[in-house]
Write a protein that binds this ligand. Structure first.
Ligand code: NAI
Length: 332
């Protein structure tokens, strides 16, 4: 089939890992027309804003995008393009599978987690102001409507994909109202799925348990900020940010991107690991119905990792992005 898909190369290592990902995807699924649009620093220079309309128009037309990471200045400058994109396209579900991969030396084997992160509200939405100098307010706004659609999506996904044990991750002992709302809505939804196991856990307790034994967990459902933190922590359990994929999903649109950022320390050097974005690309292919192409990519990644001959520096090897990509294509 012919598809038109928006490609957002992004900043830092973004162009390097998107180029590699497109090469592999084209080898298994040649019918894709990539519509490349700039967001982030490139767009700032060209359009005067980091998230120009041309990006949103392209995703609205194609419905699907593959996106590289985009940098956000710390403590100043423009607001996050990633947050802006998720809000503008109402991509309210962040889905991040975290699983042990062959060949990678990690503290634990057999990790197989799914992290669901609410993507539009909470502290991570970055709604802040300084009412008087020296006093700042960060607003943690959450609504029943947003929780309900997000949690319902997560439960339906678990049912459809045969995932049975869900943990609701919260800090309800302290944030009684906001996490109280989350837990109330989640308990109501859980009651409609008596064949799925639902548990509740405080986020601090979860972090300790994940470090000690992540295999106790299956599916984690949580808010925007906790989900951001859990994502990086769990990535570290299975080989790091270079291998963990992600998807941002709404009712109309979906944007697939890795968990990692722009990796300024290695950008432009040809050293970035493209596997995280490639696995996000495989999730994208599965999402549009190209399941066998997605499986071929996953299989080639597992073979190349198991062979351990063409690993990038983050995985303990010496290969460049191009060498790893060539090896992946050869294994398809
Ligand atoms: P980062 O994820 O860019 O880097 C953290 C560490 O992981 C660095 O040592 C980096 O070299 C390494 N790393 C990350 N991805 C890698 C890959 N594919 N291959 C090999 N090594 C990799 O996190 P950091 O430094 O906190 O953020 C840098 C910028 O990225 C910031 O401006 C941040 O806002 C942005 N960012 C963007 C995201 C997105 O677009 N979705 C997500 C996270 C951060």
């Amino acid at each position: 089939m012919a598809y038109s898909i928006t490609l957002i190369p992004g900043d830092g290592i973004g162009p390097e890992v998107t180029r590699a990902t497109v090469r592999v995807i084209e080898a298994v699924c040649p019918g894709i027309q990539w519509e490349s649009v700039e967001a982030g620093e490139g767009a700032m220079a060209r359009w005067g804003k980091p998230l120009p309309d041309v990006v949103l128009d392209s995703v609205r037309k194609n419905r699907i995008a593959l996106k590289g990471p985009i940098g956000t200045p710390v403590g100043k400058g423009f607001t996050s393009v990633n947050v802006g994109l998720r809000k503008a396209l109402d991509l309210y579900v962040s889905l991040r599978p975290v699983d042990s991969l062959p060949g990678l030396k990690t503290r634990h084997d057999g990790v197989d987690l799914i992290v669901f992160r609410e993507n539009t509200e909470g502290l991570y939405a970055g709604i802040e102001h300084e009412p008087v100098p020296g006093v700042v307010e960060s607003l943690r706004i959450s609504t029943e409507t947003a929780w309900r659609r997000f949690i319902h999506h997560a439960y339906e996904w678990c049912r459809y994909n045969g995932r049975r044990k869900i943990h609701l991750v919260h800090k309800g002992a302290i944030m009684k109202l906001s996490d109280g709302l989350f837990l109330r809505v989640a308990r109501e939804i859980a009651a409609d799925y008596p064949y799925l196991e639902t548990h509740e856990i405080s986020v601090d307790h979860l972090f300790m348990d994940l470090v000690l034994d992540p295999t106790r967990y299956d599916v984690l459902i949580t808010d925007n900020l906790f989900g951001d933190l859990v994502s990086d922590l769990t990535a570290g359990l299975v080989g790091g940010l270079g291998v963990v994929p992600g998807a941002n999903i709404g009712d109309k649109y979906a944007v697939f991107e890795a968990v990692h950022g722009t990796a300024p320390d290695i950008a432009g050097k040809g050293l970035a690991n493209p596997i995280a974005l490639l696995r996000s690309g495989a999730m994208m292919l599965a999402h549009i119905g190209e399941r066998s192409a997605a499986q071929r990519i996953e299989r080639s990644i597992r073979k190349v990792l198991a062979d351990a001959k063409h690993l990038t520096g983050d995985l303990g090897g010496k290969a460049t992005t191009d060498e790893l990509t060539d090896a992946l294509i050869a294994e398809l």
